[in-house]
Design a protein around this ligand. Structure first.
Ligand code: GLU
Length: 501
């Protein structure tokens, strides 16, 4: 196959927001298509009207945009194989189901839900599981067990579904790029419904036809679809089509060992599950996503790419272009992968850009009308504090003391030092500092190194300059603030202590 013909699709159902697994599927499809100069298609699989959730589609489009992995073709982008909504392709599915009917690959079934429920109960009473399969279908109410006349009458009066007729006794070979050869015994398959009683095709039928007509070369999707793949392969065969290549992606697991992450399993997770914010339609409650929490799309995509795929190099930080370059389906892991929020934060830290932090800090400073600070000073602050932050918005929290004198002091420590002695110590220190000519961090470090009680006095300085016991090297803070401002802050602390005692 020439590499130019690669065509892959991301085919979500509009049943709610995408979660980590969903967006990772989209990403792998995107990376694979770009690597091979192929086409990435977005198809909306809306055959199950009962599970439809409004705004899912716009959510999906916005997420792909945010991640910068936009489709080349499909919903929202157009293309030569439209419509890309399955709900608008029902006539096509009908046409093919008629072909399958004529060839005897499928059959009408008239069993009501109650009939099937009854069977299920009967079986479960005997500790068995009922399945509508080659062994049982001859005892059911379907076109295989009635005459042509009976069928004709039934079709006039009753609603029906159409089921795929599995031929037992075959060891079906499936090849999956990630998992290799898989052998499925068709004796274990059941006769899945292809057309529902409302006349709509099910996912199994619809996506098989679409993948063929849209010339999809590689089906890259979640592992949960692996068990249905045998049916899909049989469907391709019945329709006389060649199967696409399959690659089933490993599940993303919750790190508490409580199973997989899915749309229906988002409670009690201690990390965000959605790429961008989602407003729950019924309650209008907004759930923030990675975007709103301050993650950069580059970091999010980098993290997701490595969640189940091994780039085969030591490096971990990649741009989208590098990911495309290195991507290969063969290096995707077979077993489930654990999501790690700490690692995700680390990815974000690694993708932070100084220019963006600068812009943020500049806005914060401006907002507070701290106009006297030069750009140079801001840059210095960024270099000094950058390694302490994982998110751009954390920069102010970690650097505000370079711009504003503390208005309050960390309670615990303040209460501990709130006595006459501290005032004397601080007054003495003030005199020492006042007399130091070169107020550089190197000079100050040398000077205080020799002092007795140095640990205590440095803590006091920190409280005075920062307001808490946090922050970078205290002598660098001194140098940055300058003698005048530093002494003012010490004076302020002295006054506070005086007020308190
Ligand atoms: N509509 C299916 C889903 O949302 C897609 C399965 C597939 O990619 O074949 O999971």
């Amino acid at each position: 196959m020439s590499s130019h013909s690669v065509r892959v699709r991301f085919a979500p159902s509009p049943t709610g927001p995408l979660h980590l697994g969903g967006i990772r599927t989209a990403l792998y499809n995107y990376l694979f298509s770009k690597k091979h100069g192929g086409t990435f298609i977005l198809r909306i699989e809306d055959t199950d009207q009962k599970r439809f959730v409004e705004n899912s589609e716009s959510y999906i489009l916005e997420t792909l945009k945010w991640c910068q992995i936009e489709p080349d073709e499909g919903v929202g982008y157009g293309g030569p194989y439209s419509p890309y909504y399955q709900s608008q392709r029902m006539d096509i599915y009908r046409m093919y189901i008629n072909k399958l009917l004529k060839k005897g690959y499928v059959y009408y079934a008239f069993d009501t839900d109650q009939d099937i429920d009854k069977k299920r109960k009967e079986y479960s009473n005997r500790d068995l599981t009922f399945s509508y399969n080659s062994r049982n279908r001859m005892y059911m109410n379907n076109s295989l067990t009635m005459t042509k006349e009976q069928l004709h009458d039934k079709l006039q009066s009753d609603s029906y579904v159409i089921r795929f007729k599995i031929e037992p006794g075959e060891k079906l070979k499936i090849y999956d790029i990630i998992r290799g050869n898989i052998i499925v015994d068709t004796d274990h398959l059941d006769d899945k419904i292809l057309l529902k009683s409302d006349g709509l095709a099910t996912y199994h039928l619809a996506h098989t036809i679409d993948d063929h007509l849209m010339k999809i070369t590689h089906v890259i999707r979640g592992e949960e679809w692996l068990p249905s793949t045998s049916l899909h392969v049989l469907l391709y065969r019945a329709l006389g089509w060649t199967t696409p290549n399959f690659a089933h992606l490993p599940l993303i697991l919750r790190n508490n060992g409580k199973g997989k992450i899915s749309k229906r399993n988002t409670n009690n997770l201690n990390f965000p599950i959605y790429p961008i914010q989602w407003k729950i339609p019924k309650t209008q409650i907004l759930i923030p996503g990675y975007r709103e929490l301050g993650y950069l799309p580059e970091a999010f995509v980098n993290m997701l790419a490595l969640l189940g795929w091994n780039p085969g190099v030591k490096k971990e930080i990649f741009s989208l272009q590098e990911l495309i370059h290195l991507f290969s389906l063969e290096k995707i892991k077979k077993s489930g992968v654990y999501f790690d929020i700490k690692k995700t934060n680390w990815f974000n830290k690694k993708h932070l850009k100084k220019e963006d932090i600068f812009a943020f800090l500049f806005r914060e400073v401006k907002k507070r009308s701290i106009l006297y600070k030069k750009k140079d000073y801001l840059w210095k602050v960024i270099y000094l504090t950058m390694d302490r932050i994982h998110f751009i918005h954390e920069i102010w929290e970690h650097s505000s003391y370079f711009f504003v004198s503390p208005n309050s002091y960390e309670d615990n420590f303040f209460n501990k030092i709130c006595h006459e002695n501290t005032i004397i110590e601080l007054e003495n220190a003030k005199i020492l500092l006042y007399n130091i000519n070169s107020f550089s961090s190197v000079n100050l470090t040398c000077f205080f190194q020799k002092k007795k009680n140095k640990h205590k006095i440095m803590q006091l300085f920190r409280l005075a300059l920062v307001g808490s016991l946090k922050g970078i090297d205290i002598f660098i803070i001194f140098e940055m603030l300058g003698k005048e401002e530093s002494l003012l802050r010490i004076e302020k602390l002295i006054n506070r202590i005086k007020e308190k005692i």
